[in-house]
Design a protein around this ligand. Sequence first.
Ligand code: UD1
Length: 351
Amino acid sequence: MSPPSTVLVTGGAGFIGSHACVELLDHGYEVIVVDDYSNSTPQVLTRVERIAGRFVGAVYELDIRDRRALSAVFDRHAVDAVVHFAAYKAVGTSTRMPVEYYDANVGGTTALLRAMDEHGVHQLVFSSSCAVYGDAGHERLDETTPPRPTNPYAASKWLCEQILADVCHRCPEYTVLSLRYFNPAGAHPSGLLGEDPPDPPENLMPYVAQVADGRRERLHVFGNDYPTPDGTAIRDYLHVMDTVDAHRVALDHLADGPGMHVYNLGAGRGSSVLDVVTAFSEVSDRPVPYEFAPRRPGDVATLVADASAVAHDWGWRPTLDLADICRDAWRFQQLNPNGYAGSARRPNAKE
Ligand code: UD1
């Protein structure tokens, strides 16, 4: 089977989705985007096209749970494969709105599968998360670590994986590659695409960027009593450009054969919150004031990927490090101090 040429990207205007669109356009794919802009804006796609120097094939503003609208997209385009990013991703919010999260993330995925099934599309790259491992208590997690999700966001990703595995088990025409990301961060090196966080940001990297920029007074470091060398929590930060490079490689490997395959995507390198503060301060040449605060509920001490399976099977390895992540996040922050607010609208955003 030949690699796909027309790829439907759900959530294509989001943080990882928008970078993935650039990557796929750069590699000659025809890209179709669906997004409901619940956590993004149409302007992002103007920037995607500007970077790639090519147009996205078509853009549809829709919620993937809208079966009729989604089916119409498959009717209009000969989709070869789907890269499915569209999902809610705020861990904290998921604990307050579990029904919303299960409906959007699990219901969205089954609605997508239904549309794929009806149109004979059986190749999917699924956006999963290291969150499925929960508090696994290991130093380095490989894909055999039993999932133990600790919040509805993580549980929704694990439920999706189980559904996808069962579909692959029962329907041998399906190929699903599920990528469990550790902590994607950073921005496109042009400074045109990056993470446009909620106010205030929930995640570390955009928060640190806003502190370095003087928009916020100081970072609250959640916990300094973890069993780690400096007492702050350790994560495996993966540059968003490396993350989307792995998706492009995944599309090539959809042709390897049917079934469900799960891979960790991480750098395999742990950085503490204070490591991030130091690295960001160095690349930005700005102070990043911080104070220690209590642990954030649900956080774990250490989450670092064993990403040797994807290296072994696909030869994929990240090429960028924490300094690159901070440098690119800083460039995006400086060029877009208010995120995407106020940037030019894409003229045909509501196709
Ligand atoms: C979580 C999810 C991950 C998801 C990501 C983006 C888990 C295990 N991981 O990552 O799957 O993709 O959110 O939504 O659920 N921190 C501070 N101060 C802050 C913000 C964060 O000290 O103001 C600390 C956190 O306590 C944590 C680290 O920085 O130790 C990284 O936090 P964050 O960027 O929110 O990502 P995760 O919670 O690791």
